[in-house]
Design a protein around this ligand. Structure first.
Ligand code: ADP
Ligand code: 5GP
Length: 210
């Protein structure tokens, strides 16, 4: 049987702070073998339990600006007074090896990725309700009331951009949402515009027919 060569996809996952993106991504990577999780650089401080190099590379403003200047980031953005960005090297390496690389980033970065890599898949994770979102953000217990308020206001602005994404998924039951995401990503591999080389190859063979 002829197989299409399965190249790695860039999968962007966005959603309001506290929706459960981090929790979902860890579960997705643990359950299925074909994903690599990109680790971003940020200038914000680590939360309790976060480790440098695991959740983020926690760096200074100067270090971040140096990475921008050296073209070491494929996208970056400001979010609630801090810089966040995706290191280029890891993403390129993993895609080359056929892995689907997940970028858990906010909307400004997501749109930069779509511009640079039109074949990237953009997913937006929705909470079941705003009350549940606030409950999760508070329940996480890692931010002050002021920061929580700032992030809820940010969600209001971010909600205006949801239609720019390819799919939404609702994080109600975690396991169901993980399976849904995996199915959507799998299906994206079979869209014609992500398989141009294979289609051209078949066309080339057909042209040989008299
Ligand atoms: P994000 O990365 O989107 O900011 P987190 O992954 O940190 O969000 O999740 C925020 C909080 O919500 C955490 O306390 C997490 O345990 C909880 N959470 C995540 N997914 C669910 C879910 N499906 N149902 C209930 N609580 C959830
Ligand atoms: P947090 O501080 O809650 O970890 O992240 C805040 C926001 O920054 C989230 O919406 C998260 O998805 C986003 N984010 C994390 N890493 C990156 C990144 O590398 N680039 C961009 N543009 N956003 C990021």
């Amino acid at each position: 049987m002829i197989q299409m060569k399965r190249k790695g996809l860039i999968v962007v996952v966005s959603g309001f702070s506290g929706t459960g993106k981090g929790t979902l991504m860890k579960a997705l990577v643990a359950k299925y073998g074909n994903y690599a999780l990109s680790v971003s650089a940020t200038t914000r401080s680590p939360r309790p339990g976060e480790e440098n190099g695991r959740e983020y590379f926690f760096i200074s403003d100067t270090e971040f600006e140096k990475m921008i200047a050296e073209d070491g980031l494929i996208e970056h953005a400001g979010y609630c007074k801090h810089y966040y960005g995706t290191p280029k090297k890891y993403v390129e390496e993993q895609i080359e090896q056929g892995k689907d690389v997940i970028l858990e980033i906010e909307i400004q970065g997501a749109l930069q990725i779509k511009e640079k890599f039109p074949e990237a898949l953009l997913l937006f994770v929705m909470p079941p309700s705003v009350a549940e979102l606030e409950k999760r953000l508070k329940g996480r217990g890692t931010e002050t009331d002021e920061v929580i308020h700032e992030r809820m206001l940010r969600a209001k602005a971010e909600s205006e951009g949801i239609e720019k994404y390819d799919y939404i998924v609702i994080n109600d039951q975690l396991d169901e949402c993980v399976e849904q995401m995996n199915s959507i990503i799998d299906a994206a591999h079979y869209t014609p515009f992500r398989n141009r080389l294979f289609i051209e190859d078949i066309r080339g063979q057909l042209k040989q027919l008299s």
